[in-house]
Design a protein around this ligand. Sequence first.
Ligand code: ZN
Length: 85
Amino acid sequence: MPIYEFECEECGARFEELVAAGRAVACSQCGSERARRLYSTVSPPGRQPRGAAVRSDESRRREREAARQGRIAESRKRRAAGEKP
Ligand SMILES: [Zn+2]
């Protein structure tokens, strides 16, 4: 079953729900059944699939960079320790 994102027309709450096609969904906040299915399937509110891909690429790059910096700092520390008399 797909997970869809809904927006309640009563209170404006957004929530994700696992639903069979064509089933009505009640708002998780106020219980209203006037929840509207949003266009995109599961992703955090406001996120476009394309942007998400770009963002995850960027975060992967940042992780790699952080790991590299960590290794550099580590070897610098080791060198400094080794140079002590
Ligand atoms: Zn609601």
